[in-house]
Design a protein around this ligand. Structure first.
Ligand code: G1P
Length: 296
């Protein structure tokens, strides 16, 4: 019987240097996207896909993350005394969202190393990995589809997105073969952040994975790769080349995704998400049009 996936792993030990000085004393995962920290979108996505057990891989300077998913008694009782149930609900919601666990990475040796830190918690079952820099629009469910493909094919699954050739050097890039399903490909090759002009395709891994537990023993022996870091992409390539491991498949995502990984994309993500909100969109849209036309 195919095991049901219940666990999500969220690597959150990065230093967030692209956002300095904002991230000097605050984890980058806590940066607000409109009015919610980026990490909360990701935990919500995991929970919506049925993954209620969330393990965050953290590091130094990440206390705010733990506090965000914990109770905040003083604030809660103040809001309760005021009878402000709307704000109280916003404070309580992240606490009750999921069963959140934490383990520290200690040495920041790369994404592969971060995922390996989840071994004890995950055990011998497939699990999901969600990277915090990507926000997937809840109207375009991706993780659910990946979990279904994992179960049907007993394989390891990555999310792929077609990106312009000018961006392939920022991602793990896949070489693929079509399968009998329109949105599913079989991975035949993977390369981490190929130099510009040398990418074998324009299919980029975005930050969602559904991994079989066999990935751990591969990661244990994966040597540092690109940038001197232990790369998850390199371990996945080994898995893809081993038919007894069930191979690696990609789900090609054609929905809405917001990148919050660098400053420009972060600003775009906030604007895109805010214009669609009922409470902000009606005022923001006409202002944006006027502002945009004033730029010329
Ligand atoms: C990581 C992975 C890369 C993947 C990317 C998706 O890179 O190593 O293969 O394409 O996430 O966001 P990072 O962006 O953490 O450098």
């Amino acid at each position: 019987m195919t095991p049901t996936i219940t666990k999500a792993v969220i690597p959150a030990a990065g230093l967030g240097t692209r956002f300095l000085p904002a991230t000097k004393a605050m984890p980058k995962e806590m940066l607000p996207v409109v009015d919610k920290p980026a990490i909360q979108y990701v935990v919500e996505e995991a929970v919506h896909a049925g993954l209620h057990d969330v393990l965050m891989i953290t590091g130094r300077n990440k206390a705010a993350l733990e506090n965000h998913f914990d109770r905040m008694y003083e604030l809660e009782s103040t809001l309760e005394a005021k009878g402000d149930s709307e704000k109280l609900a916003k404070v309580e919601y992240p606490t009750d969202l999921a069963d959140v666990h934490y383990v520290r990475q200690g040495d920041p040796l790369g994404l592969g190393h971060a995922v390996l830190r989840a071994q004890m918690h995950v055990g011998d079952e497939p699990f999901a990995v969600l990277l915090g820099d990507d926000i997937i629009d809840p109207r375009d469910p991706l993780l659910e589809r990946m979990i279904a493909v994992q179960g049907e094919r007993d394989t390891t699954v990555v999310a792929l997105l077609e990106v312009p050739p000018s961006q392939t050097h920022l991602y793990g890039i896949a070489t693929v073969e079509q399968t009998d399903e329109d949105d599913v490909v079989r991975i035949t090759g993977l390369v981490e952040k190929p130099p510009q002009g040398e990418a074998p395709s324009n299919l980029a891994i975005i930050g969602r994975y559904v991994l079989k537990p066999g990935i751990f023993s591969i990661l244990e022996r994966t040597e540092p790769g690109k940038g001197g870091e232990i790369q998850l992409t390199d371990a996945l390539l080994e898995m893809a080349n081993d038919p007894t491991a069930g191979g690696v498949h990609g789900v090609v995502f054609r929905g809405r995704r917001y990148d919050t990984g660098d400053r420009l994309d972060y600003i775009k993500a906030i604007v895109q998400l805010a214009v669609e909100r009922d409470d902000l969109g009606p005022d923001l849209r006409p202002w944006l049009r006027e502002f945009a036309s004033s730029l010329d």
